[in-house]
Unconditional design. Structure first.
Length: 466
C-alpha cells in the first residue's frame, strides 16, 4: 500500500513541479500524523521515506521492562527475547510497523491530507516562482473572459488580467494568445494571485527591450515613459554611444521596430524623443510635434510655461489635452501652454520715448514730425530715413542728425557732443567771434545744440519774390 501511495504522490508532484525533498517531507509529516492519531504520541517513532524505492518504513522504539505500564513505550523481557534473544532488561527494542496496521480509515484520511498538503506546496512553489518574475513579460492563452477580468493560463498557473489593466479599445476572446507584464504577486487564502497588465508603463519598456537590441544591451537607455494606454505614449531615450542615434535605433529601418510595438498595443501612437538633462530642452522636445517659441521655468514649484505660436497651439495641447499631459508626466513639470498672441498681450508694454521729451529736438522739429503722424522716437526709427526725407523742411543733414540723436537713446553710451553743434542745411550760425569767445571766457555754459528745421524758401509763391 505504501508503494502505491508513493508512486501516486510522485506523479502528482512531477505534474505540479514540486521538488523531491519537499515531497519527502510532506509524506513523512503525513505518517507522523497517522502515528499520533493511532498511538497518541510519535516521540518514540521514526519514519523513513525512500523516494527511489517508493517505500515508507516506520520504526517503533520501546524500553524493555519487567512490568509494562505503557505498551506504546514499553515491552516485557519475554516478548522482546522472542524476536531478539540477545536483549536484556533496560535495552531498547526496535520494531518495524506495517502501515497496513493503521486501518482503512486512517489511510483514507492520510490520502486526503496528503492531497491537501501537496496543493499547499504547489501554491508555495508558484508563489516563489512568480514573485521573482515581477516586471517580466509573459505569454499565455485566454481561458476565461469575465466581465471584470480575463483569466490567462501561463506556465501551469492561472493569472488575472483585471479590467483596470486592460487596454480600453481591445477585445479579448477565449483561446486568444496575449502578452502582458507581471505587475503584482500576492499570497491569499486561495493561494498565490498573479496580476498582469497591458497598461503599465513597464510593459512598454519591456516591449522596447524585446524589439530594440541596443536597449537590451544597455547602449540605449529609456529615461522615461508616459502613456495613455491605447491612445498615445511618449518615450524618452538616451544613447550612451555618440555614434548611435537613440531615436533612429528605436524607430528602426522604415519604422519596422516601432510598428511592431504599435501593433502589439492596438495601434497606440508612440512618440520617441531624445532625453536631455536641461529641463527647457527636454520640455520643448516633450511637446513635439509642436515647437515652443519660449520655455519659462519655475524650478521651485516644478512648473513651466511654454509659449507656442498660434498656429501650433492645438498640436501642443493634443486631442483631449493628451499631448500636454504626457509632457507633464514625462518631464515631471506642470507644463502650461500659452498662445504667443496672448503672451504678448499679457506682457507689460515698454514706455515710448516721446519726441517732445527729447531736448535735442527743437519745438519746430517736434511739431513738424507730429503733423506727419510721428509722436515717439520708435515710430521715427521704424519709419526710416527715406520716409523722413520725403517730409517738407527735412534735408539729408537734418535727417542724419535726427537719427543720430534718436539712436543715441537706445545705445549704452549717451550721445557725445561733437563740438560743432547741430546745423540745419541753412549753413552754420554766423555770430560775431568775439561774442562766442567772451561768453566762454566769462564762464557761461554753451547751450545744448538742437536740431532746427530747414528754411522753406523754395516753397514760397513766385509772386513773393518780386
Amino acid at each position: 500500500m505504501n508503494t502505491e501511495i508513493i508512486e501516486a504522490v510522485t506523479q502528482i508532484a512531477k505534474e505540479r513541479n514540486i521538488k523531491r525533498e519537499a515531497l519527502s517531507g510532506i509524506i513523512e509529516s503525513i505518517f507522523v500524523s497517522m502515528i499520533k492519531r493511532k498511538f497518541g504520541t510519535s516521540d518514540n517513532f521514526n519514519v523513513f521515506v525512500n523516494m527511489d524505492k517508493g517505500e515508507v518504513e516506520i520504526y517503533q522504539i520501546r524500553n524493555i521492562v519487567e512490568e509494562v505500564a505503557d505498551p506504546v513505550t514499553q515491552i516485557t523481557v519475554e516478548r522482546a527475547k522472542e524476536t531478539e534473544p540477545d536483549l536484556d532488561l533496560g535495552d531498547e527494542f526496535v520494531e518495524m510497523i506495517d502501515p497496513m496496521s493503521f486501518g482503512r480509515r486512517l489511510i483514507t484520511s492520510a490520502k486526503q491530507s496528503l492531497t491537501q498538503k501537496i496543493r499547499e506546496a504547489e501554491k508555495e512553489v508558484l508563489f516563489n516562482e512568480f514573485k521573482d518574475r515581477v516586471g517580466e513579460v509573459v505569454v499565455g492563452d485566454i481561458r476565461q473572459n469575465n466581465r471584470d477580468e480575463v483569466l490567462i493560463s501561463v506556465d501551469h498557473m492561472e493569472v488575472t488580467l483585471p479590467r483596470s489593466e486592460q487596454i480600453h479599445n481591445e477585445h479579448y476572446h477565449r483561446g486568444d494568445t496575449v502578452r502582458a507584464v507581471i505587475k503584482e504577486v500576492s499570497q491569499t487564502s486561495r493561494g498565490p494571485e498573479v496580476i498582469v497588465s497591458r497598461t503599465d508603463p513597464k510593459f512598454l519598456v519591456r516591449l522596447f527591450e524585446l524589439e530594440v537590441p541596443e536597449i537590451y544591451d544597455g547602449v540605449i537607455e529609456i529615461k522615461g515613459v508616459a502613456r495613455f494606454p491605447g491612445d498615445r505614449a511618449k518615450v524618452a531615450v538616451y544613447s550612451n554611444d555618440k555614434r548611435i542615434d537613440a531615436v533612429g535605433a528605436c524607430v528602426g529601418l522604415k519604422g519596422v521596430r516601432i510598428q511592431s510595438i504599435v501593433k502589439e498595443l492596438n495601434n497606440e501612437k508612440i512618440d520617441v524623443i531624445n532625453w536631455s538633462s536641461e529641463p527647457e530642452i527636454f520640455i520643448s522636445r516633450a511637446l513635439s510635434p509642436a515647437k515652443p517659441i519660449r520655455i519659462l521655468l519655475n524650478n521651485e514649484q516644478k512648473s513651466a510655461t511654454a509659449v507656442i505660436s498660434d498656429d501650433q497651439i492645438s498640436l501642443a495641447i493634443g486631442k483631449g489635452g493628451q499631448n500636454r499631459q504626457l509632457a507633464c508626466m514625462l518631464t515631471g513639470y506642470a507644463v502650461e501652454t500659452v498662445k504667443q498672441s496672448d503672451w504678448d498681450k499679457s506682457q507689460p508694454k515698454e514706455e515710448k520715448l516721446l519726441l517732445s521729451d527729447i531736448p535735442e529736438l527743437t519745438k519746430t522739429i517736434v511739431e513738424k514730425l507730429a503733423a506727419a503722424g510721428f509722436e515717439s522716437a520708435e515710430e521715427v526709427l521704424d519709419a526710416g530715413r527715406e520716409t523722413i526725407l520725403e517730409l517738407k523742411g527735412f534735408g539729408d543733414k537734418t535727417a542724419d542728425r535726427i537719427f543720430e540723436v534718436l539712436t543715441s537713446y537706445y545705445e549704452d553710451e549717451p550721445l557725445k557732443d561733437k563740438g560743432a553743434g547741430i546745423e540745419s542745411e541753412r549753413g552754420p550760425e554766423t555770430g560775431p567771434p568775439e561774442q562766442t569767445a567772451a561768453g566762454t571766457e566769462s564762464g557761461e555754459t554753451v547751450p545744448e545744440p538742437t536740431v532746427e528745421p530747414e528754411p522753406e524758401e523754395e516753397s514760397k509763391p513766385a509772386g513773393d519774390a518780386s
